[in-house]
Design a protein around this ligand. Structure first.
Ligand SMILES: [Zn+2]
Length: 269
């Protein structure tokens, strides 16, 4: 599941493969960039902002441009050595190929692809809250933005990238479990919002630099999460069956015992 840490890792792979390199050919396979040709452009750097990827380039006239992409649920970038077989995904999922003398970068099933002047990046990422893995991470601002939506469920608020950028469904579920908070708790009833934000940041940061996402500390298959993807399996703490239900536009996983719902209004009758 591409969340902030996966996107951060991807940005680093692209940076190592392409930074400083001159592009010798480009092949875009999305309609909005079909006629774009980056031959002769130079890659300055690759960066992530929340779950967005920003490949910053210099045009031949040295104007700074940014190639934006988003992985959503299923996108990926791979870097190959020249001549290496592309084994990432089926060829029909390729959306862009960027060749340089030292590496070939292939983007699979990328979303929201756009080429904009770097000065206008904010058009694409300016709405994002503080980036959990950004150099300018601002925990207090993230807490402030969350608290601005007191009635929203914390399960939805953590996924809203305008509050804080980088948490996806996996880390949302895991953070709520670790804090013992039901996903349906309104934001203003969450006991320790700063503590929850700090934990989310620590979990993402701990998984930087590797592709296995773990919240349990274990990297063994089937043991990397407490609740995410574990419907009907026993809670690792109390043995209760983990539940899965829709919350907003996404499903959520939780333990009804470890994450009790706060008492609501009395049932009618
Ligand atoms: Zn439990």
């Amino acid at each position: 599941m591409p969340e902030g840490d996966t996107v951060w890792n991807t940005a680093r792979v692209l940076h190592r493969a392409l930074a400083g390199a001159r592009i010798t050919s480009s092949d875009f396979r999305v309609p909005q960039l079909a006629t774009t040709d980056l031959t002769g452009w130079t890659v300055r750097e690759s960066a992530s902002r929340g779950k967005h990827l920003l490949l910053r380039l210099s045009a031949p006239d040295e104007a700074p441009w940014t190639l934006h992409s988003h992985l959503r649920m299923d996108g990926a970038w791979r870097a190959y050595a020249p001549g290496e077989r592309w084994n990432g995904r089926p060829a029909h999922l390729i959306r862009v190929v960027l060749r340089s003398p030292g590496a070939v970068a292939v983007g699979y099933h990328l979303h929201e692809m756009a080429l904009v002047p770097t000065a206008e990046e904010d058009r694409l990422v300016g709405h994002l809250g503080p980036d959990l893995l950004g150099p300018d991470w601002d925990a207090a601002e993230a807490v402030r933005r969350l608290a601005d939506h007191p009635e929203q469920t914390i399960g939805e608020a953590l996924l809203d990238q305008r509050n804080l950028a980088g948490v996806g469904n996996l880390y949302k579920c895991e953070v709520l479990f670790l804090r013992g908070v039901s996903p349906w708790t309104p934001v203003d009833a969450v006991p320790d919002l700063p503590g929850m934000v700090a934990l989310a940041q620590r979990l993402l940061a701990a998984n930087r630099g590797r592709w296995t996402q773990s919240s349990t500390g274990s990297l063994h298959r089937g043991q990397t999460s407490y609740v995410y993807g574990r419907r009907a399996q026993p809670c690792r703490r109390c043995g209760t069956a983990i539940r899965k239900e829709e919350l907003g536009e996404r499903v959520t996983y939780w333990c009804p015992v470890c994450q009790p719902e706060r008492p609501g209004p009395p049932a009618p009758g």
